[in-house]
Ligand binder design. Structure first.
Ligand SMILES: Cc1ncc(COP(=O)(O)O)c(C=O)c1O
Length: 397
C-alpha cells in the first residue's frame, strides 16, 4: 500500500520533463511524427573509438573498479584539461562520477556533512533543475541568484545573509538553458566573489566545447580552475561532448582537500563507474577529433534554427553558446507554455522555460539534438500554418 510522507517529510515534485508528456502525445500525431527538441539528450553517434574501447575492456573487467576512477581514466581527464584550458591538474585531483547528474544531486549533501555550519546552495536563477534538487536532497536552502542581461550571474543581488550561509555556489557556463557564453571575465568575477566569502564553487562546464561568439564562430571556453584552485571544483561530462549520455561518466577536478574528501566518501558509498565504461571514457577524453565533428553539427543546426525562429513567431532571447536556443514569443501575451503547446500542435516538442526556474516562464528551450533534416521538417511544418492559427493558449500541464 502506498504510504504518504509524514508531515514535513520530503515529497519529490513531478519530474520536470514529465510535465511535457501530454504535449508529447499531441506532437506525435503530426504528419512525419514528433521532432523532439525538448530533452538535451544526444542523438548523434557514439564515437567509434569509444565503442571499440568499451568492447575490448569487457573481458578484463571482472573485478570491482575504483570508485574515483582508475589511473588511465584520471590521467586522460587531466590530459584533456591541459589540452583544452592549459590548466595542469594532477590526476590525483580528479574523481570520476556516474554521469554528473548524480554528482550535482549529491554534492550539497556531501559538502554539508563536511561543514554543517553552512546550509545554503546558490545557483543560477534560470538553470538545470538538479542544482535546486541537490540542495533539497542535502537538506539545504536553495537560493537562486538572479541573472544579468547576458544570462551571467548577478552576484551583487545576493543578500549578505545568504552569502554568509552559503556552502556552495554553482556556475554553469555555457549555460543550460540560456546559452550564456563561457568567458574568462564573468568566471573570474564569480570565483573571486565566492573566494572572498569562503563559499565553495562548483563550476559545471559540461557544454564548454560548444562555445560560440555572437557571430557563431567557435571561441575557447573558460574553466574556473584557471582563476583559482582553492575551494574550486570544475565539473565535466562526456554526455554532451562525446554523445555518451547513455554511458554515464563525468568527473570533478580541483581543490586537493575537497577532491580527496569527495573521493573518499564516494568510495565508501560505492559510487563506481563500471570498468568497461572507464576504458571507453578514457578513450573519449584522449580524443578531440570527434568533438570537432560534433561542434560543426551543432553550429550548423544553431545557425539554421536561429534563422527560422521568426517563421514560427519566436525571437532569439539567449546567449550564443551551448546546443540550446533560448527563445520567446514575438507576442508578449504568449508565455512559454503557450509557445510549447503551439509548437507541439505542429509536431515540434520543446521545453517550456519555467522547467528551469520561474524566471524562464516567458521562454522556451529548443535542444538542437536532432539531425538537421528533422529540424528543417519541424520548422517547415510549423511555418505552413501561421503561428497564430496554431495557437492553443498558455495552459500548463
Ligand atoms: C548543466 C548540466 N549539468 C549536468 C548535466 C548532467 O549530465 P550528465 O549526468 O549526463 O553528465 C546536464 C544534463 O543535461 C546539464 O545540462
Amino acid at each position: 500500500m502506498p504510504t504518504a510522507a509524514p508531515a514535513g517529510g520530503f515529497t519529490p515534485p513531478i519530474y520536470p520533463y514529465a510535465r511535457l508528456d501530454a504535449l508529447k502525445t499531441r506532437a506525435a500525431d503530426a504528419p512525419g511524427g514528433i521532432v523532439d527538441l525538448s530533452i538535451g539528450t544526444p542523438n548523434d553517434p557514439v564515437p567509434g573509438i569509444v565503442v571499440k574501447a568499451l568492447a575490448e575492456a569487457g573481458p578484463g573487467s571482472a573485478g570491482y573498479p575504483r570508485a574515483i576512477g582508475g589511473p588511465v581514466l584520471r590521467g586522460a581527464a587531466a590530459g584533456w584539461m591541459e589540452r583544452t584550458f592549459g590548466v595542469v591538474v594532477d590526476p590525483v585531483q580528479v574523481v570520476n562520477c556516474i554521469g554528473t547528474k548524480e554528482l550535482v544531486a549529491s554534492l550539497p549533501h556531501l559538502l554539508r556533512l563536511r561543514d554543517p555550519s553552512r546550509d545554503t546552495v546558490l545557483y543560477p536563477a534560470v538553470s538545470y533543475p538538479t542544482y535546486a534538487m541537490g540542495a533539497a536532497l542535502g537538506g539545504c536552502r536553495a537560493v537562486p541568484v538572479p541573472l544579468d542581461d547576458d544570462w551571467h550571474l548577478d552576484l551583487s543581488a545576493v543578500a549578505e545573509e545568504d552569502a554568509a550561509r552559503a556552502l556552495l555556489l554553482w556556475l554553469n557556463e555555457p549555460g543550460n538553458p540560456t546559452g550564456s557564453q563561457s568567458a574568462p571575465a564573468p568566471m573570474a568575477a564569480a570565483v573571486e566573489w565566492a573566494g572572498a566569502r569562503g563559499v565553495i564553487v562548483a563550476s559545471d562546464e559540461c557544454y564548454v566545447e560548444f562555445n560560440w561568439d555572437d557571430a557563431g564562430e567557435p571561441v575557447p571556453g573558460a574553466t574556473a580552475l584557471s582563476v583559482d584552485v582553492d575551494g574550486v571544483l570544475a565539473v565535466h561530462s562526456l554526455s554532451k561532448r562525446s554523445n555518451m549520455a547513455g554511458y554515464r561518466c563525468g568527473f570533478l577536478a580541483g581543490d586537493g582537500d575537497l577532491v580527496a574528501y569527495l573521493g573518499s566518501v564516494r568510495t565508501h558509498a560505492g559510487m563506481m563507474v563500471p570498468g568497461p565504461i572507464q576504458a571507453a571514457a578514457a578513450a573519449a577524453w584522449a580524443d578531440d577529433e570527434h568533438v570537432e565533428v560534433q561542434r560543426v553539427r551543432y553550429a550548423e543546426r544553431r545557425r539554421y534554427a536561429k534563422s527560422r525562429l521568426g517563421d514560427v513567431g519566436l525571437l532569439d532571447a539567449g546567449g550564443p553558446s551551448s546546443f540550446y536556443l533560448w527563445a520567446r514569443s514575438a507576442d508578449p501575451a504568449e508565455n512559454g507554455w503557450g509557445v510549447t503547446a503551439r509548437l507541439a500542435e505542429g509536431g515540434m516538442l520543446v521545453a517550456a522555460g519555467d522547467l528551469y526556474g520561474d524566471g524562464g516562464a516567458n521562454h522556451v528551450r529548443i535542444a538542437l539534438v536532432q539531425p538537421l533534416e528533422r529540424i528543417e521538417l519541424a520548422f517547415d511544418r510549423l511555418a505552413v500554418a501561421t503561428p497564430r492559427t496554431l495557437a492553443t493558449g498558455g495552459s500548463q500541464p
